[in-house]
Design a protein around this ligand. Sequence first.
Ligand code: COA
Length: 323
Amino acid sequence: MKYSRIGGTGSYLPEKVLLNSDLEKIVDTTDQWIRERTGIAQRHIAAEGETTADLAEAAARNALEAANLQANDVDLIIVATTTPDCVFPSVACLLQQRLGVTNSSPAFDVQAVCAGFAYALGIADNFVRAGTARCALVIGAETFSRILNWEDRNTCVLFGDGAGAVVITASDSPGIHSTHLHADGRYEELLHVPEGVSRGYDAVRQQQAFVQMKGSEVFRMAVSKLREVVDETLAANDLDKSELDWLVPHQANIRIIKATARKLDMSMDKVVLTVQDHGNTSAASIPLALDTAVRDGRIKRGDKLLLEGFGGGFTWGSALITY
Ligand code: COA
């Protein structure tokens, strides 16, 4: 079996919902501005004490159930996250423990911010193609609310918490046709959390340990890089854009998503849109959108999907999949 395919999907959103009208009471913003500029109507926020591993576990269990597989069938766990529970162990190792996977298979985290799920999927696909894994759990999970400055209206209205998961299994036919991963480290200043473990978190500088973003520059780069990666993906598979059934994009901003859809000549009813319900959940947003459209019956077996995402780093990536 030289390919990988998606065996099942799952997702989880924390119970607490924060509406745009709630944010109006915290920062100088309006429901109208947030909806018009981003498409977001609400986001979910993890409860006190609820961690990324909690969200990841719920999504992973959903995906395993959908794939009709048991925890010990899993021989690889990759969690894409920028907001892990602790410095170590990884969320993937915490998850392996919680799920009761005792077969000593590898488990690790990937940090590529909003492109994290595309990265994790690409890595898992390569493990399966190489014959070193047969059943991988690939998860995007974030508690981004913990790295937001709730006094900064430029960022705090955009993000939310959540998790999405897929089970990848070995297959005779694709499945995942190709993945395309990129990074350009020159743009650190446009989107970053400039503090961390090695730089230290002293009392004064701690005020900077939050997402900082130059929104309009990030917007322009996202649109341009996503256009490029979409072209690259179609060309690599000798596929015409008319052959795509669904665009499953990273859910950062409806205007970025619309720009990619226009590039693909896809009408918005062929685009899975969930940004209104959970905002930008970083690495979780692509699998959250995928799981939503699989469970509500829009995405069916045999459909051709284009997944894409762009995030801090900058990092960006895509995958072409027959579901
Ligand atoms: N409520 C009201 N006004 C706000 C606001 C908010 N929450 N946030 C910013 N504004 C203001 C700005 O201060 C600015 O005011 P000014 O003109 O008086 O300076 C004005 O709105 C316009 O800001 P601008 O940055 O030009 O708006 P925009 O059309 O670029 O939209 C973003 C802002 C952040 C929504 C948009 O740039 C974006 O989505 N960028 C990419 C974000 C992203 O995807 N990040 C993660 C990558 S995965």
